[in-house]
Design a protein around this ligand. Structure first.
Ligand code: KG4
Ligand code: ZN
Length: 342
């Protein structure tokens, strides 16, 4: 081991996934996620149950991350944790744990913005991928956020546009709920969509100014559409599920791609990176690949395991901050509303 060997323990607990990872410099040696199943029966995340599950998960998860990485906690250089944004009760579990362990081990503490971390996941060392060149545009698409971000540097990010109501992941999940699919329904819509006809049904594209998004109107139009069709034919959803999902997915991808294209035209930057759970969606991934071949964009799409909530992304953000000497004192609070660039 020499001074260039940095080992970071990263902890993520902002929503309903408890996650821990060990990084050796830019490479994740382990990346463990415990997804909380308890919320499925409620059709959405129940904050009180989420924080309780984080408390149960966090200690065994950190042990497992150390075991898989084959690292002793005495080798750690620093601990990175998600400060926000997210559910306060959930954030507090990771934040308190990280603070206690950093005191116990007498190593530095590094706070990380969850949304910045989604973007910085592109700088993890992974096989076959190239890191984005600054400046680039990042589209963060998750269950909590939908933003287009101008990324000038690791710690220099500016939000150019964002959703005015629901996040895109919520649009997927709420549509799925209307179709009777379990939570989180986004990945299931994707599975059905891949077997359906995207041109079968048409849903409206909202008219929103600038680079902002809106998804609440889509949910309402799907609700009315389903009410109308099932009144005439109670079997409609069961029989047409694939085509309905394909049509919904096509509309959501179209909404995202129109704004992204506008952002590319306005900024003159055609290097585009996807981040967040919805970046796992096959429709948006294909649309970006097509933009590369049709319009000459350079697209960066993270591997699946780094798209949805994970701790490796907190680790890479922590590592980059470590190199820059951006440490955190023990008084730093968990912050439910923590905007990019603040
Ligand atoms: O980033 P993430 O794991 O958690 C948040 O920070 O929100 O994103 C979770 C969201 C959920 O809404 C989930 O339904 C959606 O990402 N999602 C997908 C897919 N995989 C995950 N949505 C559509 N297609 C997918 N393949
Ligand atoms: Zn996330």
């Amino acid at each position: 081991m020499n001074s260039s060997d940095i080992f970071i323990l990263a902890i993520e607990s902002s929503c309903d996934d408890t996650a821990a990872a060990i990084l050796h410099n830019r490479k994740a040696l382990s990346n463990i996620v415990a997804t909380q199943q308890i919320h499925q029966v409620y059709g959405g995340v129940v904050p009180e149950l989420a924080s309780r599950a984080h408390q149960q998960n966090i200690v065994p998860l950190v042990h497992r991350a150390l075991d898989v990485a084959n690292i002793d906690k005495k080798q750690l250089s620093a601990i990175a944790f998600t400060r926000g944004p997210g559910l306060l009760g959930s954030l507090l579990v990771g934040t308190s744990f990280a603070k206690s362990l950093s005191m116990g081990l007498e190593i530095p503490l590094i706070e990380v913005n969850h949304m910045e971390a989604h973007i910085l996941s592109h700088f993890l060392e992974t096989e076959g991928s190239t890191v984005p060149v600054f400046p680039f545009l990042a589209m963060t698409i998750s269950g909590g956020h939908t933003q287009i971000v101008l990324v000038r540097g690791y710690f220099e990010m500016e939000v150019l546009g964002e959703t005015l109501d629901d996040a895109v992941g919520e649009a997927f999940d709420k549509s799925a709920k209307l179709l009777g699919l379990p939570y989180p329904g986004g990945p299931l819509i994707d599975v059905h969509a891949q077997q359906g006809d995207p041109d079968r049904f048409a849903f409206p594209i909202p008219k929103v100014g600038g680079l902002d998004f809106s998804f609440s109107g889509l949910k309402t139009s799907i609700l009315y559409f389903l009410q109308r069709e099932t009144a005439a034919d109670p079997e409609f959803v069961e029989r047409e599920k694939n085509d309905i999902c394909a049509s919904i997915q096509k509309t959501i991808v179209e909404i995202l791609m129109r704004k992204l294209k506008k952002a590319v035209l306005e900024t003159g930057i055609d290097r585009v990176a996807l981040a967040g759970g919805v970046a796992a969606n096959s429709g948006i991934r294909k649309a970006l690949q097509k933009a590369e071949s049709d319009w000459g964009w350079t697209a960066h799409i993270p591997p699946f395991e780094y798209c949805t909530d994970n701790a490796a992304m907190i680790g890479i953000a922590g590592y980059l901050k470590y190199l820059d000497g951006r440490f955190t004192d023990l008084g730093t609070p968990a912050t439910a509303r923590y905007t990019i660039g603040s």
